[in-house]
Design a protein around this ligand. Structure first.
Ligand SMILES: [Zn+2]
Length: 439
């Protein structure tokens, strides 16, 4: 078998990165927990499989590479390869063939819900610069471009905080909500649960009650105008510690805005272990708020388990590392905890998923987990919900019927008081659309 040197080296480098990630995670497995031994065995098994694959690659007969190629390949340092990982995602994009256009048109028109969407990430670059101008914040356009070229989760969070810092007055939300509504309507999203992270905004001097009141009003007004139904989940945030999270919860409770229906736990996952937020979540549950958590995006499967078992999270955002722990998959299935899948986002952060076809959602769905399709940060990743559905179709082999089923799971994973009525209406429209497009 003759294989090109570069292809082999690329594959070996990818395996090396995966092994490095797994070893780093293995070192973080908490000690003396019921799942510790099982998880260590699972990691060792995965590492051994990769090592065996690497050995078999090294044994392949290869063409003799040119000296220049060798030079080029070995000059790629770790930082560069990390950057390639993030940049690369923009290259394949979503360019449907003529036949696939029909599928995309169907997916665009299909009524949908979205439940993992950050309002700050629905701020277009133009709106961002507009807000900076309006609020007299000096900036260099090149610096903004540089910020958008993040290569890891920490840098991404830096960008996110920059966007939040650009919100200076509560009336900026009228502009932000306009962006959000346009995004939702252009993707036929009729119901959305949207995250907003208020910590930094409050630190910047914005009045929490004013934000809550404006958002509450904008949501009600949008619904009255025949627009999508928008509910909010306020992010109590891991990044700023437990005390701040607790303060955010008190603010939400005091604001009494009916469209703010619950809390989320976002921010830097490695900095704020779920267990630290136990009391905050317990109080939120006791007060009748809904509660979700980002988990297993940047940390291992124990982070997902803790979010479910300790925090009582009703949904998990991302959950990509859950694939490493079969007993956790079983727990998520039996407890029927929906996973908010954000495929493109996971590719960008490049932590557990490097190719769309490698995303664990295919296995999650086949193994009976409740999965929903979401964008996370549409303006930052230049992605739409329609794109995300199409990526499932193209890269992960989801049929039209399966995509409709995922849509249905998305409806039943919302916190809407009567999801059956939502699905009855949407399901009937989808059947008509399917006829229209003969799919
Ligand atoms: Zn998110």
């Amino acid at each position: 078998m003759l294989v090109r040197f570069k292809e082999i080296l690329d594959q070996i480098q990818k395996i090396d990165r995966d092994i490095e990630d797994l070893r780093r995670l293995r070192a973080r497995v908490p000690e003396n927990r019921t799942f510790t031994d099982g998880l260590l065995i699972s990691f060792d098994k995965q590492i051994n499989e990769l090592l065996n694959r690497k050995i078999s690659l090294e044994e392949l007969e290869i063409e003799k590479p040119s000296a220049e190629l060798v030079q080029e390949l070995f000059s790629v340092d770790v930082a560069t390869s990390t950057r390639i990982r993030a940049d690369r995602i923009t290259i394949p994009g979503v360019a449907p063939t003529a036949e696939e256009e029909k599928v995309v048109a169907f997916l665009r028109e299909m009524p949908k819900t979205e439940i993992h969407l950050h309002m700050e990430a629905c701020i277009s670059r133009e709106t961002l610069c507009g807000m900076l101008d309006k609020n007299n914040v000096p900036y260099e356009p090149a610096e903004i471009e540089k910020l958008y070229k993040f290569s890891n989760l920490q840098e991404f969070i830096k960008l996110f905080l920059f966007i939040i810092d650009s919100v200076k007055t509560a009336d900026d939300f009228e502009l932000i909500f306009k962006n959000l509504r346009e995004y939702l309507e252009s993707n036929s999203v009729y119901y959305a649960e949207v995250f907003l992270a208020p910590s930094r905004m409050v630190q910047n001097g914005l009045d929490f009650n004013e934000i809550a009141s404006i958002l509450d009003h904008l949501s009600t007004q949008c619904r009255r105008d025949g627009g999508p139904e928008v509910k909010y989940l306020f992010d109590v945030s891991r990044t700023f510690g437990v005390e701040n999270a607790s303060k955010n919860l008190q603010r939400i409770l005091n604001a009494r805005a009916s469209n703010i229906i619950g809390i989320g736990l976002g921010g830097a996952e490695l900095m704020g272990p779920a267990r630290e937020f136990k009391d905050v979540f317990a109080q939120a549950h006791a007060e009748g708020l809904r509660a979700v958590a980002h988990a297993g995006e940047d940390d291992g499967p124990w982070s997902v388990r803790d979010a479910v078992e300790i925090l009582g999270a009703e949904r998990i955002g991302h959950g990509t590392s859950a694939i490493q722990d079969p007993s956790l998959i079983e727990l998520l299935r039996t407890r029927e905890v929906p996973i908010e899948i954000c495929l493109t986002s996971n590719l960008f952060t490049g932590k557990y998923v490097r190719e769309p076809q490698d995303h664990p959602v295919r296995r999650y769905y086949d193994e009976g987990l409740i999965c929903t399709i979401n964008t996370d940060d549409p303006e930052i990743f230049n992605v739409t919900l329609t794109d995300e559905y199409f990526k499932f179709y193209r890269h992960l082999g989801f049929s039209i019927s399966e995509l409709i089923d995922l849509n249905r799971q998305g409806v039943y994973s919302t916190f809407h008081p009567d999801p059956a009525s939502l699905w009855k209406k949407a399901g009937a429209q989808i059947t008509k659309l399917r006829d229209k497009y003969k799919l």
